[in-house]
Design a protein around this ligand. Structure first.
Ligand code: ADP
Length: 442
């Protein structure tokens, strides 16, 4: 059952209950208590007997007639002193009794009435009151009838609410699905709400927003792609020009100073080339919607990554702990290796003495690949941002180590393309601990 309907039905029930009390209160004040009216009708036989039979007797027979009525009726007729009767009544009814009217007490199923006002029925009769008890009064049925009436009204109110809320709820569910799909990266997800729906304006705004975000992201990707492509040509031309220059310089007398300058230029060019390559990989990953699925042995892929680390370790110790049973994975082995290599290159860069690569399979079938080191680690407040492209912690330090701030962004994209992710924590070795979690994908 939808949540709107549940809440609405509780509210309707509450409103109908409050309304029934308000109605009773207003009617009682304007026209008198409706339940007392009912009780009066139910007691009318006994009142009729008193007024039309007992009271109609000549003065000296009045008591005899009352006794006769007592004999035949199941109602108890008692004569009590006026002084004793008055405290039994609510204050506003005392005056009615004093005027000689019948005063009903529906809750007690009884009524009071003075014998007479002038005292001519018997000696002292003006000081006495007839108290009739056990009257055949039952307002319970009337209460039940009212209750059934209000419950039926409430139920009929709930029928249109149920129809409306289920339509509304379905609309909201579909909007929420669109928002979820969009959030998960399906940028073409759009709401298809009917124009007549009450949430159509919201769906339309959402679609406009989605279209705008999609076009902005598309523009950003295209820009990145074009910039990296455009950079490639002049870099290649520069390389070519430099080579020509080198050959010319060799032929001149003062070649060594020019040679040193050219080597510096060459180093800059290499760096520029690497940047272009990294940028292109990142934009390619951005444009890739799904990874190419093949089944491969994860342990083998990880050992290959370790194999190419030799030159980057510069004397640091690399330990591995790759569970023998981690088995097969489905995905793009090239991308996974790229991500792991990037993490290991960083660990090698920042480790003081050692780094560890470990991998194991979790109970839910997913795999965790962990790269940790004993370097400076990542401050807690930076642990999300370091995955943003071009984000570096300490720029001067990292430029010296030759990074562009793209390695982690590429690794994270590769993990996301496999339905996984990478997060960073603190290692027991003292440095950073990067955990890449990948669903098995099999
Ligand atoms: P870069 O190519 O500059 O290394 P990355 O995206 O790989 O870029 O890393 C982003 C930043 O995260 C780095 O500049 C560095 O400051 C920090 N970082 C990454 N790995 C580690 C690590 N193992 N230990 C300490 N800092 C790290």
């Amino acid at each position: 059952m939808n949540r709107i309907f549940v809440r609405f039905s509780l509210l309707v029930m509450l409103a109908v209950t409050v309304a029934s009390f308000v109605i009773y209160f207003v009617i009682s004040n304007l026209f008198g208590d409706p339940f007392e009216e009912i009780a009066l009708k139910q007691a009318s036989g006994q009142i009729f007997l008193l007024e039309q039979y007992v009271d109609k007797a000549p003065a000296d027979e009045w008591l005899q007639r009352l006794n006769k009525v007592r004999e035949i009726s199941r109602v108890k007729f008692e004569l009590i002193p006026l002084k004793a009767a008055l405290p039994l009544l609510p204050a506003k009814k005392e005056a009615s009794l004093m005027r000689g009217e019948v005063v009903l007490d529906a809750a007690d199923k009884s009524f009071f009435r003075r014998v007479d006002l002038a005292g001519d029925k018997y000696i002292g009769s003006e000081e006495e009151v007839i108290h009739a008890e056990d009257l055949p009064i039952d307002v319970g049925l009337a209460v039940k009838v009212e209750l059934v009436r209000y419950v039926i009204v409430a139920l009929f109110l709930l029928i249109p609410v149920a129809v409306w809320s289920s339509l509304h709820w379905r609309g909201l569910q579909s909007l929420s699905k669109v928002a979820r799909d969009f959030g998960e990266g399906n940028l073409s997800a759009r709401a298809t709400t009917k124009k007549t729906s009450s949430i159509y304006p919201l769906a339309e705004r959402m679609n406009q927003m989605a279209a705008r975000i999609e076009s902005l992201l598309e523009a950003q990707k295209n820009l990145m792609h074009s910039v990296s492509h455009e950079l490639r040509t002049p870099v290649a031309r520069l390389e070519f020009g430099l080579e020509l220059l080198r050959q010319d310089v060799k032929k001149t007398a003062d070649g060594s100073a020019a040679e040193a300058r050219m080597q510096a230029m060459e180093a800059d060019l290499i760096e520029l080339n690497m940047l272009v390559k990294e940028l292109l990989s990142l934009t390619r990953l951005d444009q890739q919607q799904e990874n190419r699925h093949t089944q491969f042995s994860l342990a083998e892929a990880l050992h290959d990554c370790v194999g190419i680390m030799d030159h980057a370790l510069s004397g640091k110790l690399l330990k591995t702990d790759i569970g023998a049973g981690i088995g097969l994975m489905a995905g793009d082995p090239r991308l996974i290796s790229r991500a792991v290599t990037n993490l290991m290159m960083n660990a090698a860069k920042y480790a003081s003495h050692q780094l560890v690569l470990s991998a194991h399979r979790l109970a839910d079938g997913a795999v965790e690949v962990i790269v940790e080191d004993d370097g400076p680690g990542i401050p807690v407040e930076e642990r999300e941002r370091i995955f943003d492209p071009f984000y570096r912690l300490d720029r001067s330090r990292d430029r010296a180590t030759g990074g562009f701030g793209l390695g982690l962004a590429i690794a994270q994209k590769a993990a996301l393309l496999h339905g996984g992710n990478i997060h960073v924590a603190e290692s027991s070795l003292g440095g950073a601990r990067f955990v890449m979690r990948l669903p098995s994908g099999l």
